[in-house]
Design a protein around this ligand. Sequence first.
Ligand SMILES: *Cc1c(COP(=O)(O)O)cnc(C)c1O
Length: 381
Amino acid sequence: MAQMLTNHLDPPMTCSSPALLKTFAVEKMQPEWHDWKWQFRNRITNLETLKEYICVTGEEEKAFQAAGKNLPFAITPYYIDLINPQDPNDPIRKTVIPRMAEFTTTAAEMVDPCGEDGKMVAPGLVHRYPDRVLFLVNETCSVYCRYCTRSRLVGSGKHEVDFSAAYEYLRNHSEIRDVLISGGDPLVMSDEKLEGIIKNLRAIPSIEIVRIGTKIPVVLPQRITDDLVNMLKKYHPFYMSIHFLHPDEITPEVEAACNKLADAGIPTFSQTVLLKGVNDDAPLMKTLMQKLLKIRVRPYYIYQCDPVQGTSHFRTSIDKGLEIMEHLRGHTTGYAIPTYVVDAPGGGGKIPVTPDYVVSREPGKTTLRNYKGEVYHYLEE
Ligand SMILES: *Cc1c(COP(=O)(O)O)cnc(C)c1O
């Protein structure tokens, strides 16, 4: 791993013979490796298979046993291949392999921290802001993030939801000009099914822009096929928000996927959740943002980790988030600077949290500091 964070020491691993671990060295030479359906079908979804590829710690093993069948757990071969199988502190590993800490709930934690259920105006449709909606179209992902803000929903649903009430609501609310399709992960759907949804939205004249929120380009980049982008680009203006966590995720495959989207005229933006022991490090976060610009993804949001049940081991302080933002502004390209937000617990929406560059204000005079801490005065004369 490029940058190791060692602030959390895990229990020793129970892997008796690391030399016997399987790798995907052979599969990676085969054409199937590049086929997203093969990747999806061959996801690692249980402890037994996981142990063939990764030295599992005793504590991780206990988490599987404690959860039983309720645990939404899946990792694509492509994504597990990014993990160092013998490093319990591998940052990517921490985000996808369950831990006993998931069974600890603190007083501040909630099942639905962003209060989405209370703003659900039709099945799947969350209307919080004046002019835009979140449209949750499925409950399946290719990889399950252990800190998921929608853990109350994901992994459960195979049932088909009828969205006719959502379309009806959008037709009756012409103030809504922006639909953000999310889930689950909308890109696990077939091109045909996804196109059906986008077509229905595009038939509503008041909808100006459509976007998708997804982690697929990072965990299953093979999904970004020519057929997919050729379909999506028929529905411009079409945008994509992509969930990135760590610079190690930016592989040649991910670069190819993001370039394909950009070449199709689909602007892409990043969303990153601030996670303890994964990316709560200012230089690492700067590296990630700069690498995103190199693959034409514009950094958009860094999220404070939502207080969702069983995620206290991932949360870090708001001071840490502010330190990261301080380390970006002025020190690197303005395009590389996302907005750091807290999605207000209880349902207040995204609230920006920014280092304070205003030192003092009085009538006609504002005192400011720059990124180096030097003080300047702006006089309103
Ligand atoms: C994040 C979110 C949006 C989109 O917010 P933007 O700041 O416009 O990207 C819309 N609706 C809900 C409920 C959201 O959580």
